[in-house]
Design a binder for this molecule. Structure first.
Ligand code: FES
Ligand SMILES: [Fe+2]
Length: 352
């Protein structure tokens, strides 16, 4: 039985792919706002469903099932005409509200009421396009630095991972891999950080850790050694975030300045299916002077490339939310709590 509260107007393809109500009723990023320009239809994949994204002349964004209700042709093979989507099979035209306005084989007849596209909720926020395939259970998570002008924002990615989205998020909220996966950047392989005990609590915005202290020889795009204090969040099952407070240090990791800066990152995952995803991130930083955005992106490309390589190697591909399947140390508390949190939400898709 389908537990999702949905309108009766559902594509037959809704029976395919993910049926997990928690994920279907959540918001997922399907691209950067800048990816989508008016006049073109863009196919995207989400939770094994084929969708289209298109933008009207007035700037509004649409996410629809990639399906024409007439005979099931893919709208992504069609085109835009008069600010409407034209189906490539029999030329039916759908306007921005999803209504069919023309059936060319009967141009004088008003299209049937049921002749409609299958639109989903679509919102642009933080430079991303978000969609929800069901009924949104909550609003899109808050990216605290987004509206603060003091923070420079830099988007990076997309980073396709041939890996499970939850594995990708868990990697993002894991501090003990830095000296190995990001040796020379976020940690030192010959001198791994000793992680002091930290706590994780469930708050309104999700799961949040207390500060985790690490030494980073190349902690951000400025290339300076830093001591970083990470506060990790899992806002949603597939949206992570950290805020790291940084202080300048010497090359041995001794703090040399009282001044703290903040570098935050919103980490979004578009689950294509249970074992493939696309990561897109937006960093926010208040360092002065502002770094070159290209340098920020270049560093993110390296770091997320390193993460991708290791996450793609993890087996089983689906994250075990039953703790007994892998081994958890106190230094993994954030990941351990994340898995339990997924389990308590009742997530059944993409997990074992
Ligand atoms: S299948 Fe789309 S118009 Fe016929
Ligand atoms: Fe990493």
């Amino acid at each position: 039985m389908n537990l999702i509260a949905v309108s009766s107007h559902q594509p037959v393809t809704a029976a395919d792919g993910c049926q997990d109500p928690v994920l279907l009723n959540d918001w997922h990023v399907v691209g950067y706002s800048s990816d989508f320009v008016a006049g073109t239809i863009y196919p995207v994949r989400l939770l094994e469903r084929e969708l289209i994204v298109w933008r009207s002349e007035d700037g509004s964004i649409h996410v629809w099932e990639d399906l024409c209700i007439h005979r099931g042709a893919r709208l992504s093979k069609g085109w835009i005409k008069n600010d409407s989507v034209v189906c490539p099979y029999h030329g039916w035209e759908y306007n921005g509200s999803g209504a069919c306005t023309l059936m060319p084989a009967a141009p004088d007849e008003k299209p049937m009421k049921k002749a409609k596209a299958f639109p989903y909720s679509a919102v642009e926020r933080y430079g991303f396009v978000w969609t929800c395939l069901g009924e949104p259970a909550e609003d899109i998570p808050v990216f605290p630095e987004w509206d603060d002008e003091v923070f420079m924002k830099v988007h990076s990615g997309p980073y396709p991972y041939a890996a499970n989205g939850f594995r990708a998020v868990e990697n993002f909220i894991d501090a003990s891999h830095f000296p190995f996966v990001h040796a020379g950047l976020n940690g030192v392989m010959d001198k791994p950080d000793r992680l002091e005990p930290y706590t994780v609590e469930e708050v309104d915005s999700g799961l949040r850790s207390s500060e985790v202290r690490v030494f980073q020889p190349w902690g951000d795009a400025r290339g300076k050694p830093l001591v970083a204090f990470y506060t990790y969040h899992a806002f949603r099952p597939l949206v992570g975030y950290f805020s790291k407070r940084t202080q300048d240090s010497d090359t041995e990791g001794n703090v040399i300045s009282d001044q703290s800066d903040t570098f935050a990152t919103l980490f979004t995952v578009q689950p294509l299916d249970a074992v493939n995803c696309i990561v897109r991130v937006c960093a926010a930083m208040n360092v002065s002077p502002r770094p070159d955005p290209e340098a920020v992106r270049a560093r993110a490309d390296v770091v997320f490339g390193q993460d991708r390589d290791i996450v793609e190697s993890q087996r089983p591909e689906r994250i075990p939310t039953e703790l007994r399947y892998e081994l958890h140390h106190r230094t993994d508390l954030m990941g351990q709590r994340y898995r339990t949190w997924l389990r308590n939400k009742g997530i059944s898709y993409g997990v074992i």
